[in-house]
Design a protein around this ligand. Structure first.
Ligand code: ZN
Length: 451
């Protein structure tokens, strides 16, 4: 049976499979939602990032959405071939995410909708963002942030937070948050203190990037890359075919992509959207490494987004260059980790048994570590992990920006947002301690070598 021959019932049974396995999730299928936005915000990159991401992520679970937003020409980094306006891109993405959904532009006059408001707009939950910062609170807690950046990071994060809060309400979970959810992705703190965050970032050349894993987080990275000032030659390794049950949590995948190889879908998107080059390797990591001799400075950056057993240890065994990744937990939680060779804990320090249990030294709070490597089930968790990884990549690629700690944990599970920064410990017995010379030999000419 081709995917297009499915009935709505068959489609939703597959598409919502992973969402339904998350604890405490029920009833969202009947929810009716509305998206509203301040028209002037929709002329800005922050506003466009918010509305595009909200519509995309909401359509991964909500079957009835009124998009009460004006149309506007898309800014160049957000336009797609043949899609020069907001409505056209939203329509294309949400219909491919869910061809059976009732999605309309304009108001249907109904008051019985959960409303997500973007910038200054009446809403159940309102969000706003600048280049780095994200706010999601009740409508009465609206907070305006300046729109003068060239960055979509804050907007994407605000969209993830806002859709998460609307999703909770759609599941009948009462909203008892005592304060708005706020994150400054520049400092990776849960409050908006003073910081010298640059609102404009020049385009960052990441050189040759090896993306290992094009699942929920890896594909979300590919979806967001064209929306950010980054440029690279990409190699994407993933041996998996796209299935309908993957459509609930990746902003990139649509029904029209089933059953293509995930690596091919991601590479095609990056090639079509301004990246210098993108090659797909639709094989497992072991096969890829067997077929590619490890040459000095082969890659400038590795994004380890595969969580199959053994993949992380295997990757560390080749003495990789700088690595940054986002992982998802089972309790509405994500961790962003960074591994600067020699200087910082490596991937095997973090997953000493390849495994399942990361190791931390907490600096600012206790970090729950149970259930770390399981697949995220909820529609906004993997995109959040992806954008947090990209935020750190952009920072680490600038020589003059202070880095936040190498691990940051964020949970959306409770009423209030939980953010903890921590330092991952270098394990003295880890493989990386025996790789100091070989790491220098293989990586000292790579773009982000810091040792
Ligand atoms: Zn190590």
């Amino acid at each position: 049976m081709k995917p297009t021959d499915l009935s709505a019932e068959e489609f939703y049974a597959k598409r919502d499979n992973r969402t339904d396995t998350a604890g405490g999730v029920a009833g969202y299928q009947e929810a009716r939602c509305r998206v509203t936005a301040d028209p002037s915000a929709l002329m800005t990159i922050e506003g466009q990032a918010m509305v595009l991401t909200v519509a995309n992520l909401m359509s991964r679970w909500c079957r009835d959405i009124a998009m009460d937003i004006v149309d506007a020409p898309l800014l160049p980094s957000l336009a797609r071939p043949g899609m020069t306006h907001l409505h056209a891109r939203i329509q294309a993405e949400i219909q491919d995410a869910d061809p059976f959904g009732r999605f309309v532009f304009g108001s249907d006059g109904s008051d019985e909708r959960l409303t997500l408001g973007i910038a200054r707009a009446p809403a159940t939950i309102s969000i706003d963002a600048d280049g780095w910062r994200a706010h999601a609170g009740r409508g009465s807690e609206f907070m305006a942030l300046p729109k003068d950046s060239n960055l979509t990071i804050g907007g994407i994060i605000a969209a993830c937070f806002g859709v998460a809060r609307i999703f909770k309400l759609a599941c009948g979970i009462p909203d008892k948050a005592e304060m708005p959810w706020q994150l400054d992705a520049f400092t990776m703190t849960g409050s908006f203190g003073d910081s010298n965050r640059p609102s404009k970032i020049p385009t960052v050349d990441l050189g040759r990037v090896l993306l290992v894993g094009a699942g929920a987080v890896g594909s979300a990275i590919c979806h967001f890359v064209p929306m950010l000032p980054v440029q690279a030659d990409w190699l994407i390794v993933d041996h998996d075919q796209l299935k309908i049950l993957n459509l609930n949590r990746s902003p990139l995948f649509g029904l029209s992509n089933v059953p293509d190889m995930k690596a091919d879908i991601c590479a095609l998107l990056l090639r079509e959207h301004g990246q210098r080059s993108a090659e797909a390797y639709p094989v497992d990591l072991g096969t890829f490494l067997n077929e590619h001799e490890r040459k000095p400075n082969a890659w400038d950056l590795v994004l380890p987004e595969a969580n199959e057993y053994g993949a992380r240890l295997l990757l560390q065994s080749i003495a990789p260059p700088l690595m940054v990744h986002g992982t998802t937990g089972t309790r509405w939680d994500v961790t962003r980790s960074r591994h600067i060779p020699i200087e910082e804990a490596c991937l095997a320090c973090r997953y000493p048994n390849d495994g399942s249990q990361p190791s931390f030294v907490c600096s600012t709070g206790d970090i729950p570590v149970e259930g770390e490597v399981h697949r995220a089930a909820l529609p906004f968790i993997s995109p959040l992990a992806a954008v947090l990884a990209l935020a750190d990549v952009i920072k680490v690629a600038q020589s003059d920006i202070p880095l936040s700690p190498n691990a940051v944990y964020i949970s959306l599970a409770e009423d209030d947002l939980f953010v903890a920064r921590s330092r991952m410990r270098i394990l003295r017995t880890c493989i990386c301690r025996s790789q100091l010379d070989i790491s220098r030999r293989y990586n000292a000419g790579s773009r982000f070598w810091k040792a």
